[in-house]
Write a protein that binds this ligand. Sequence first.
Ligand SMILES: [Zn+2]
Length: 54
Amino acid sequence: MTERVHFRYNNCGHRFEVEVLDEYERREARREKRPTSAVHCPECYRTDVRRGWE
Ligand SMILES: [Zn+2]
């Protein structure tokens, strides 16, 4: 199961939505050395994000 979470980039305010892994899938991903969070803005390539769209 995944959970959809809203994020917003601090730099440009671009909004996006990601599916966040639950605890079990996060553990699986870590075991297989898959990245669990690797997001950057498609426009300005910054990675500083804030949770929520407010
Ligand atoms: Zn941006």
